[in-house]
Design a protein around this ligand. Structure first.
Ligand code: KG4
Ligand code: ZN
Length: 340
């Protein structure tokens, strides 16, 4: 049998398992052929991801997810040139499943493995489909674990302009949702409820220097507000849920937008992207779209499947690392606190 690897075709299998989504993707010469993701409903009632349950669920999901990604892309294992995995940051038990699976498969096929930084990959989710941003571009990454503004000069030259000093934007949505009795993840539910509400409640707005963010004060402000009103009216949340959600969402989005505009004005960059799970938020999308007309930005928002945690974004970066021969040693281990 002629191996396609020798005909100038590079196919890489990428695996993402940093939190509660098990995802696998096949990329061919930089084009994403498949991106299959299995979520974990088991965490809904706990108000957040339970690490032990997440890693067990990855064990169950990883083989069917990888098989689905191979099938959808019409790929045989023998065609693969490398296997990529998320090295970190993330939950150690969850990462360990993906890293061990990827390295074992790579070893058995006698091909290299590639370790990818999850934070970098979120930024390069913009390259999973067309149109792709031109370098340099600014990326606002907003997810459950991260909130950053990054100046992206090239695939390997990334400058963090600002990040959250405490909670991430998605974490703020989820933790406030928990206070409101909403299941995890609360971000999309708050987004939905907010559409029937008005942002009439003035929660304290975070004030942080430069391009940094802080959302823990907002969380406390919502907590005190709820405590105060629930004392007089135990039905307060049910009666005002839509307005509370609209007010919380409005503050989070305002904060994100303010810093993004400042970074764009200060750097003079007009290529602007948003990425990460919170970039699915309807108000955030509406506001950045309006700003793109006002400031003449070229705006990039990945399709939803590439916004939340997914292996497609890991595959995009893995292909660049493959070209640079940036392979992982066989004794590589997960790095839960991997920095930028
Ligand atoms: O990128 P992601 O899947 O995982 C992390 O890397 O954290 O992001 C998940 C986060 C959760 O906090 C979820 O509540 C939030 O994205 N999220 C949203 C929306 N959709 C997902 N937050 C606000 N509005 C949404 N529509
Ligand atoms: Zn993520």
């Amino acid at each position: 049998m002629i191996c396609i690897k020798f005909l100038g075709v590079t196919k890489i299998l990428a695996i993402e398992s940093s939190c509660d989504d098990t995802s696998a993707s096949v990329i061919e010469n930089g084009t994403v052929l498949s991106n299959e993701t299995m979520g974990q409903l088991i965490h809904q009632t706990y108000g957040g991801v339970v690490p032990e349950l997440a890693s067990r669920q990855h064990h169950i999901n990883i083989i069917p997810t990888v098989q689905a990604a191979l099938d959808k892309s019409g790929t045989q294992l023998s065609e693969l040139s490398a296997i990529a995995y998320t090295k970190g940051p993330g939950l150690v038990g969850s990462l360990l499943v993906g890293v061990t699976f990827a390295k074992t498969l790579a070893k058995s096929l006698d091909i290299p493995s590639i370790a990818v930084n999850h934070l970098h990959a979120h930024i390069f989710s913009h390259f999973a489909e067309d149109p792709k941003p031109n370098f340099p571009f600014l990326c606002l990454t907003v997810s459950g674990g991260h909130t950053q503004i990054v100046k992206v000069n090239s695939y390997t030259d990334l400058e963090v302009l600002g990040s959250t000093l405490d909670d991430a934007a998605g974490e703020a949505f989820d933790k406030i949702g928990k206070m409101l009795g909403l299941p995890y993840p609360a971000g999309p539910i708050i987004d939905n409820l907010a559409q029937q509400g008005q942002p009439t409640i003035r929660f304290s707005e975070p004030e942080v220097k430069d391009y940094n963010f802080s959302f823990s004060g907002l969380k406390t402000s919502v907590l005190y507000h709820l405590r105060h009103h629930l004392e007089n009216d135990p039905q307060y949340i049910q009666k005002h849920l839509n307005d509370i959600c609209a007010s919380v969402q409005n503050i989070i989005v305002n904060t994100l937008i303010k810093k993004l505009v400042k970074a764009a004005e200060d750097t003079g960059i007009k290529e602007i992207g948003i990425a990460g799970g919170v970039s699915a938020n309807s108000l955030l999308r509406k506001r950045v779209e309006a700003l793109s007309y006002e400031y003449d930005w070229n705006l990039y928002i990945p399709a939803f499947q590439y916004c939340t945690d997914n292996a497609g974004m890991i595959a995009v970066l893995a292909y660049q690392q493959y070209l640079a021969k940036d392979f992982a040693p066989i004794d590589d281990v997960p790095s839960p606190k991997l920095g930028f």
